[in-house]
Design a protein around this ligand. Sequence first.
Ligand SMILES: [Zn+2]
Length: 119
Amino acid sequence: MRTRILRKFSFDAAHDLPHFPEGHKCRNLHGHTYQVEVVLEGEVDPAVGYFMDYGDLKKAIAPVEAKLDHRYLNDIPGLAISTAENLAKWIYDELKPGLPELVMIRLYETPQNGVEYAP
Ligand SMILES: [Zn+2]
């Protein structure tokens, strides 16, 4: 049986988008409480009834969470243009080597606005 599992995490960070048009509010330094869903797909081991232990998933995500929480995102290599789209891809690229079953990052910049990255 093939399934998808997910784990949510959140972090607080600041950013600005200085390439946005003059007068656009996102040019100003501001912060978000980002909500992230990490989605993995894999085969369930019939002997245990799951394909990945959530504890292992939590451990794999923690270092990436630590790199982002309470940071100025524009200073992080690869996030000079810190849009939600680029941030979702950055998180995917950071996690993929340690989580080959990763299939999607869903990232909410606000409760209303989000992006999915699933290459
Ligand atoms: Zn913003």
